[in-house]
Design a protein around this ligand. Structure first.
Ligand code: ATP
Ligand code: MG
Length: 873
């Protein structure tokens, strides 16, 4: 049975048993702090088991994309090495939410496997929970009794709490489970060893295929178990393992889920699968990881340096490294497999087809960039391994591993993995210490001595009024003196309320003034947020500390910053419109002078795209869209209404949403009242930050006027320099460049001719000193011509010692060439000679025994150097 049909048969079987077929949830989880990736079919139904909400249907079935590479379920290190674990796999499941329980779950699983799929009963074993006295839990005799109606008693095995009692976490729904295992060994092997003894023993051909979980308890905070009001069924069957059984092969990589990929890898790399173990592992790793990475990218998770993106990057890098080491692939090639994958699985998972180009490009770029670091890092790690082995040590120093990571971008996990392959370990503690040391040193670089707070008004809470007003009559709550390396002595002041925006969310802090009742003015140079307080930074304190002060935000600066912040939202919207919804914000910097926005995107943004983006933003400005602000939304409602939040950002219970037309984001920053206030938007640069991450810098508002004034000024300067009012400046410059190139060529030819003449003269001038043909000369030729000249002469003369001193403006050089026999028979060394003679020109140099050069500042010393050379013969 083909895999497509296997999947379909499962879903239809349960549909016939009144289950609703539901789609797989995304593999990458965005809004759950406890879980990065879906690792089991039940993840998307957690809320039903917890009783937080009611499902629309109490029977469901699906095929869920799972990824087990981090957290509680991490199979990464086994994948490829064994033949039945994958990073990404499909879990076929049927679910009962308070509906049917053990009897039907067991009977249907058996019916599907043995009657519909036709699995031989003699190769099946089942396990049931044996009970646990410490928990006061009895053996699951209910499940046992149901099984005895279907299968011989000696094939029903007891399982302990670790294997057969399933818990979602420290608290929550849980219950006994019953697993179905297959024994797909040959008859001869079965005759030798009883399959029952191999269940749950990590045998590659006696494996678990289906787990039926019966949720009937709730684990309470104090560790006790209570009966759930409702009983649920949660089952999960590995699709690839089922295919292995039904297609009568002994590895899930030999099923049609993987063979097209494996054939393609063979074609691309020229290696055959099934000949040697290391090559086979590499091929399995690549076929497997390609799927994991492709599905993640399709789900919107690009490889990156943090969080889920980092895990994806690590998976891909593991595949690249296996290709590099065991298949000899030094060029990107894994991306080519995306065609095969999307052809093969695109029907069941259309996102693979619609995002094929994105997936392909991201993988290709990642491969190229990692291959560059890999070569350097691997060589270094190899030499580290050799040296620790020599010393008889089994652990690599954490500092060394950190150096590999820090200097060569060589991932820690990879170092750990390579070491484990050689039965070595990495000193994890040492690594952590080195990392912390580096972080501390960069953190303390600018920092400061702080004195204690002087508190004037204890318990005064601070109120932020800066969304509505730019001035306020305030009192000082507390202040303190700080010393920074950069700015010297400063003061930090906290007021009872403030219109000043403290630096956060990428937006810089406000500047402004404090005016005391007596007319005293203090400049507020910056505003920061610290432990939930807004701290104002000044160079001095007001003379009168008590009493009321008027504080005023610098309105011009605030307006320009707000303009850039709103422009950033419009830019974000434009990027998603023009480039696609894979664009996600990866960082931003909003200042009064300019804005910067980093986002995930796989290739350079073309000039045409940049124009479209700019036009899109300017069109929104022209539309004069008013600010629509909601300060008291719940996070869930905001997301439901289509607001964009930042991945990895922590949001409170109440969030603020900012809307301009169709742009809608969760945001705490300040904004213009109407997009018309931005005046105009201009992109000033587009660049790469990391592979898959681009950066756009742009300006708005007043900065636009300065920008165009500056541009037009320099254009006028160019025009006046070109002194050709009739021709377009670009044409004039092109003509100049052409002329310049041809003059360069002419000069080169002239120099060559000059050197040619010189060569004859020099050969004729050779002095025979102690059997050495000594030639010394002074010239103003350039370095390249001198080198050519020296080698030309060396080709024609034996026993040569040639020294050329050159005077190029304010720079002196000495070039020495010795023929082979001068070096060997006379024991002379050009490197040492220039080292010695370099002193005369106040410089130094070096090279080989045969040829060496020195450079220095003292052109007047050239003659002395040449005479000293003669003495050396
Ligand atoms: P194993 O002990 O083989 O790792 P498991 O106990 O981790 O399996 P469950 O968490 O019960 O497995 O998952 C349910 C089913 O999903 C398993 O019966 C198996 O068929 C499948 N499965 C689990 N992990 C993987 C994996 N890494 N690759 C492929 N299939 C898997
Ligand atoms: Mg497992």
């Amino acid at each position: 049975m083909k895999s497509k049909q296997i999947r379909q048969t499962f879903l239809e079987f349960f549909e016939n048993k009144k289950h609703q077929i539901v789609p797989s949830a995304p593999m990458v989880i965005k809004n759950d702090p406890t879980l990065m990736f879906t690792n089991a079919g039940m993840n998307q139904f957690k809320e039903y088991f917890l009783g937080n909400s009611q499902p629309k249907n109490n029977r469901m079935t699906d095929s869920q994309k799972c990824l087990r590479v981090s957290g509680k379920h991490n199979d990464l290190e086994e994948v490829g090495v064994d033949t039945y674990h994958h990073t990404m796999f499909e879990m076929l499941g049927n679910w009962s939410f308070g509906d049917y329980f053990k009897k039907d779950a067991i009977a249907w699983a058996w019916e599907l496997l043995t009657e519909v799929y036709g699995v031989d009963k003699d190769c099946l074993y089942v396990t049931i929970f044996e009970g646990d006295s410490t928990e006061n839990l009895d053996r699951d005799s209910e499940a046992y009794d149901y099984w005895t109606e279907l299968i011989a008693e000696d094939r029903i095995l007891n399982g302990n709490k670790a294997d057969n009692f399933w818990e979602m976490g420290a608290q929550g729904p849980c219950g006994p489970c019953s697993e179905i295992h297959v024994d797909i060994r040959s008859a001869a092997e079965k005759a030798k060893v009883d399959g029952a003894t191999l269940v749950n023993m990590d045998h590659p051909q006696v494996v678990e295929i289906w787990n039926l979980v019966f949720m009937q308890y709730n684990r309470m905070a104090d560790g006790s178990l209570k009966n759930l009001p409702n009983q649920h069924v949660d089952t999960g069957m590995g699709f690839e393992r089922l295919a292995m059984v039904l297609q009568k092969v002994t590895s899930s990589y030999d099923t049609d889920v993987f063979t097209p990929l494996i054939r393609e890898i063979e074609t691309i790399t020229g290696h055959s699968y099934g000949k040697t173990t290391p090559v086979d592992i590499a091929i399995r790793v690549i076929a497997d990881h390609l799927r994991a990475v492709s599905f993640s990218i399709a789900d919107g998770q690009l490889p990156s340096n943090t969080g889920a993106g980092y895990v994806i990057r690590m998976i891909l890098r593991r595949a690249i490294r296996y290709g590099f080491t065991y298949l000899g692939k030094k060029e990107p090639f894994i991306y080519q497999l995306v065609h095969t994958l999307s052809k093969q699985m695109g029907d069941a998972f259309p996102e693979l087809q619609s995002q094929k180009n994105l997936i392909l490009n991201v993988i290709k770029e990642e491969e190229a960039s990692f291959l560059r670091t890999l070569e350097n890092g691997l060589t270094l790690l190899d030499s580290m391994i050799t040296s620790i082995k020599k010393e008889g040590v089994t652990t690599l120093d954490g500092r060394k591993a950190f150096e590999l990571n820090d200097t060569y971008g060589f991932p820690k996990e990879l170092t750990r993995l390579i070491l484990s392959e050689q039965h070595l370990k990495m000193d994890e503690k040492g690594f952590a210490v080195a990392l912390k040391k580096q972080q501390d040193s960069s953190r303390t670089a600018g920092i400061i001595e702080t004195s204690d707070w002087t508190v004037l008004r204890d318990g005064d809470a601070q109120e932020f009024i800066g969304y509505d007003r730019l001035t306020g009559d305030v009192r000082i709550t507390k202040y303190r003196k700080v010393n920074s390396k950069k700015d010297g002595e400063l003061y930090q002041i906290v007021f009872n309320m403030t219109p000043f925006y403290g630096e956060s969310g990428g937006q810089t802090g406000d500047k402004g003034y404090l005016e005391s009742a007596n007319g005293d003015t203090v400049y507020i140079i910056d505003t920061k947020k610290e432990n939930g307080q807004t701290v104002h930074i000044t160079k001095n304190l007001p003379k009168e500390i008590g009493g009321t002060h008027k504080i005023m935000v610098d309105t011009g600066q605030r307006e320009r910053t707000s303009s850039n912040h709103t422009a950033t939202h419009l830019l974000h919207q434009a990027l998603r419109k023009v480039l696609g919804t894979h664009v996600e914000q990866k960082g931003s910097m909003v200042r009064s002078a300019s804005l910067r926005f980093d986002f995930s995107h796989f290739s350079k943004v073309s000039t045409e795209e940049l124009v479209q983006i700019e036009n899109f933003v300017n069109a929104r400005i022209k539309e004069q869209l008013p600010l629509q602000e909601n300060r008291s939304n719940t996070y869930e409602d905001a997301i439901k209404e289509g607001s964009i939040g930042l991945f990895g950002e922590k949001y409170g219970d109440v969030v603020r949403t900012i809307k301009f037309g169709e742009s809608q984001e969760l945001c705490g920053g300040t904004h213009v009242k109407n997009t018309a206030n931005i005046w105009h938007f201009k992109i000033t640069s587009e660049s790469a930050v990391a592979s898959g991450i681009r950066r756009i810098e742009a300006i708005s508002n007043d900065a636009i006027k300065d920008f165009f004034t500056e541009q037009s000024k320099s254009f006028d300067e160019i025009k006046s320099l070109l002194k050709n009012p009739t021709k377009k400046p670009a044409e004039s410059i092109a003509a100049l460049q052409e002329e310049n190139a041809s003059l360069k060529k002419e000069i080169e030819q002239l120099l060559k001719a000059k050197a040619g003449d010189l060569k004859g003269d020099l050969i004729a001038s050779a002095k025979n000193i102690n059997g050495i043909n000594f030639i010394a000369t002074k010239t103003d030729l350039d370095a390249k011509s001198i080198k050519e000249l020296a080698f030309d002469i060396e080709r024609e003369m034996e026993n040569l010692f040639l020294i050329i001193g050159a005077n190029n403006g304010d720079k002196a050089t000495l070039t020495v060439i010795l023929s082979k026999n001068t070096v060997e028979e006379k024991g002379l060394d050009a490197g040492k000679i220039v080292g010695e003679l370099g002193k005369h020109i106040q410089g130094g140099g070096g090279g080989q025994a045969h040829f060496a050069t020195a450079g220095g500042k003292n052109t007047a010393g050239i003659d002395a150097a040449l005479s000293a050379a003669e003495e050396m013969c």
